[in-house]
Design a protein around this ligand. Structure first.
Ligand code: ASP
Length: 350
């Protein structure tokens, strides 16, 4: 539903959408944001008031991290009362991490924050950037009875509006760069933008936005593979200052039961390191009670990440430890959905 006078803040951080090919080297380089807007004259036709802010210099999203996430939160918090919604143009490579982090950092969010980008620069004839940008702005402006349709941090990409902290980049070549395997799309854009309003996260009570800025980087991803050596596991678990491990396991949360492996994990848990079990599968949930190989992990104090994405588990651990929580408190919070990032099975709660 189009709101005639909606005001949108468009934040350009960088990424392919705003890049241009260097005619001499053939390498994609960032170009000025003004040129980006010149390449999308359609924006003026939308009838919204669109203001822009640009990261200077624009960044490839491989360079993004907690400092840039904090910068984005600061921009949103400083402008929160002035705009109806926010659109963030971001490189696709780490967009799912940024979307996850922002979802935790923007507590009590009641306005849309829509991230998008593109696989082809916006100046190219076959670009997917125009479509993504225009629809993301429409979604950020959409209201029903004066209430935003999607007051969440989302990614809009190739016709799908997805909860940001449920997304993963799945494709480096084609336009369907993102998917949310464990939570349905919040909206689909075709001739109309069809919202599935029942799926949208809505704050229980209206409270002022509470921006958060703190992260702890002492987190690691440990991806298991058949034949992983004790030296590798040992060196990861003995990283000085390490606080949290997102352990990517097999299937429904299974890992080898070699005594050296379980002993190392147990010793790390005893030292207060929080080990979160997420699956390497693109879809589905960790269920450590299902097989003996998973059950052993449960026994030694490994925490279930249920159906979290790796991106969301990493951002959540960084966020929780960044706020000074103890390992026990972090574990408790990992077993709760803070902002729709994880499905906690009923059997777990009872
Ligand atoms: N390397 C780029 C980035 O993530 C890729 C993209 O924008 O799609 O910044």
């Amino acid at each position: 539903m189009k709101q005639e006078k909606a005001s949108i803040l468009l934040i350009y951080t960088g990424g392919t959408i705003g890049m241009i090919e260097n005619p001499e080297t053939g390498i994609l380089e960032a170009f000025n944001f003004k040129s980006l807007l010149e390449n999308v004259p359609e924006l003026k036709k939308l009838g919204y008031s669109v203001s822009t802010i640009q990261f200077n210099p624009p960044m490839d999203s491989s360079e993004m991290g907690p400092d840039c996430w904090a910068k984005l939160v600061r921009i949103i918090a400083d402008n929160y009362n002035v705009y109806d919604g926010f659109v963030i143009l971001h490189g696709t490579d780490t967009m799912a991490f940024t979307a996850s982090a922002l979802s935790f950092m923007l507590e009590n969010l009641d306005k849309p924050v829509i991230l998008t980008g593109s696989q082809l620069p916006i100046g190219m004839l076959r670009t997917d950037g125009k479509e993504n940008l225009i629809t993301a702005i429409e979604i950020a402006a959409a209201k029903e009875n004066g209430i935003p349709m999607v007051p969440e941090v989302c990614i809009f990409f190739e016709n799908h509006l997805m909860r940001g902290n449920r997304t993963t980049k799945i494709n480096a070549d084609y336009f369907n760069a993102f998917r949310s395997f464990n939570y349905p799309a919040l909206a689909r854009a075709g001739i109309y933008i069809k919202y599935d309003t029942n799926l949208v996260y809505r704050p229980v009570s209206r409270k002022p936005l509470k921006p958060h800025y703190l992260f702890d980087r002492n987190i690691v991803i440990l991806k298991l593979f058949p034949g992983i050596s004790s030296e590798v596991v040992q060196s990861i678990l003995s990283i000085p200052g390490l606080k949290g491990v997102v352990m990517e396991t097999f299937g429904s949360g299974n890992a080898p039961t070699y005594p050296w492996f379980l002993d190392m994990l147990k010793e790390a848990v005893t030292r207060g390191i929080v080990i979160v079990n997420v699956t390497q599968c693109t879809a589905g949930s960790v269920e450590m009670q299902r097989y003996e190989t998973g059950h052993k992990l449960l026994e030694i104090g490994v925490v279930s990440g249920f159906d979290s994405t790796t991106e969301s588990a990493v951002a959540k651990l960084m966020f929780l430890f960044g706020h000074g929580l103890s390992p026990e408190e972090v574990k408790e919070h990992m077993h709760c959905s803070l902002i729709g990032e994880v499905t906690i099975p009923d059997s777990w709660r009872s």
